[in-house]
Design a protein around this ligand. Sequence first.
Ligand code: NAD
Ligand code: UDX
Length: 480
Amino acid sequence: MVKICCIGAGYVGGPTMAVIALKCPSVEVAVVDISVPRITAWNSDQLPIYEPGLDDVVKQCRGKNLFFSTDVEKHVREADIVFVSVNTPTKTRGLGAGKAADLTYWESAARMIADVSVSDKIVVEKSTVPVKTAEAIEKILMHNSKGIKFQILSNPEFLAEGTAIEDLFYPDRVLIGGRETPEGFKAVKALKDVYAQWVPEDRILTTNLWSAELTKLAANAFLAQRISSVNAMSALCEATGANVSEVSYAVGKDSRIGPKFLNSSVGFGGSCFQKDILNLVYICECNGLPEVAEYWKQVIKINDYQKTRFVNRIVSSMFNTVSNKKIAVLGFAFKKDTGDTRETPAIDVCKGLLGDKARISIYDPQVTEEQIQRDLTMNKFDWDHPIHLQPMSPTTVKQVSVAWDAYAATKDAHGICLLTEWDEFKTLDYERIFENMQKPAFVFDGRNVVDAEKLRKIGFIVYSIGKPLDQWLKDMPALA
Ligand code: NAD
Ligand code: UDX
C-alpha cells in the first residue's frame, strides 16, 4: 500500500488529501499538523474549514484510509510520498518584507523530513513557493540525508475556496514538475499514477520543476489581473454612464477573452492573489527585471484603489461624514461559500469607515465574532504570523458590533455595505429593512448582488459598483 503523508492540514492540505483518499482506496493518507486544535477539529464533526461537500468526503474516508494526526514525525517517517502544504505568507520583517514569501514554515518542514527519514522519499511541493525553491529544498534534504535519496516534485494546487471539492474532482489540469533525470521521471510517474485514478490522462501535465513552480504564480497573477482590469473599467463606467456588467458581458463574448472572472467587485481578497503577486514582483526585482515587476505591481495598486474608492464613495454620498453613523456591513468573508477572511476587502473597507469614526455592525453567515475582531485589529500581513496578534483597541471595540442576522445588523443603520455575494442577501426583505433604517437610507453594493432598481423603488439611494450613478451620487462626487 502506498503511504502518503501531507504536512499542513489547512485549506489546501485537508481537502486535497481527503479527495486523494476518496479516489484512491488503495492509498493510505495521513494529514499532519503542529496545530492541535486544527487536528482535533478535523477528527470531529465540526471541521476546521467550511467548504461545500467536504464533510461528505471526509466522513467517507476518515478512519479507513484517511487519518489526521499531530504525530508529524511518525507519519513522515512511514510515508513514501510527503506533500508539504504549509503556509507561505508574505514576509513582515527583514529582507524583502512586504513582498517576499516567508519560507520559515517550509524550511522547518524540510529539515524535519531530513531528520526523521529512514527510507527514500518523494517530497512534493504543494504550497505555493517562489520559483527555484525546489533547489533550496534539495540542498537542505541532501545535506542532512544520511544516504537517503529524495526526489523533489512541484505539484501546485489550483483549487479555489468555496468550490474546492468540485475543483479537486474535476480539475482543469494537474501540474507535476520534476527533475529531468531517470530518477526524476520515475518520481513524476509515481505521483501521476495517484492522480490518474480519477483525472483524465490528458489533463495531467508534466514539466520541469521551474515551469511548474512559476506556472502557479503566473496563473494567479493572470486571474487577479482580469479582476483589476474589469475593476479599472468600473471606475470609468461610473464616470461615463456605461454599465460594467454590460461591458464585461460583451467583452467576454470574444472567445479569445472568455466570460469567466470578469465580475467587477469592491476588490479581490483571499490568501493567494495579493501574496503571490507580491512574491512575483519580488522575484522579478531580484532577477533584474524592474519593468516586469512594475507591470504586475499595478494589479495590486488597482485593487487597493478600488477598495479606497468604495470607502470614499460611501463617505461622500453620506454628506462627507460617517462619524457616529451606523453602517451595516453585510458579508465579511472574501467570497461566498467560505468562512475564510484572509485579505478580505471587508477588512480594508471596515478600517476605512472606522477611520472616519463610523459605528459598524457586521453580519456574515460563516464568520465568527472572534475572527472579525481579530481581523480588524491586525496589521497588514500579520494574519499568517500568529505571533504578532494583539488585543483589539478599546476604541475599536466600541465602534464595532457583530450581528446575528442581516435584519439586526441593519436596524437603525444609515447605510448598508454589501461586501460578500452570499445568496441570502439577494432575497432579504428589503422593504422591512428600509422601514427600520434611518433616512435617507443608502445601499452600497460592492458585489452587484442586489436589484438596484427594485431597491430604488422602495426608497433607497443605491450605489452599485461600475453602474450608472443616480442623481444623488452624481451630485456628491467621491474624491480620491
Ligand atoms: P493554511 O494556513 O490553511 O494551512 C497551513 C497549515 O500548515 C497550518 O495548519 C499550519 O499549522 C501548518 N504548518 C505550518 N508549519 C508546519 C510544520 N512545520 N509542520 C506541520 N504543520 C505545519 O494554508 P493553506 O491555505 O492551506 O495554504 C497552504 C499553501 O497552499 C500556501 O502556500 C498557499 O499559498 C497554497 N495555496 C492555497 C490555496 C487556498 O485556496 N487557500 C490554493 C492554492 C494554493
Ligand atoms: C484563487 C484561484 O482562483 C485559485 O486557482 C488558486 O488556487 C487560489 O487562489 P481563491 O482565492 O480561493 O482562489 O478564490 P477566487 O475564486 O479566485 O476569488 C478570489 C477573489 O477574487 C475573491 O475575493 C473573489 O470575490 C474575487 N473575484 C473573483 C472578483 O472580484 N471577480 C471575479 O470575477 C472573480
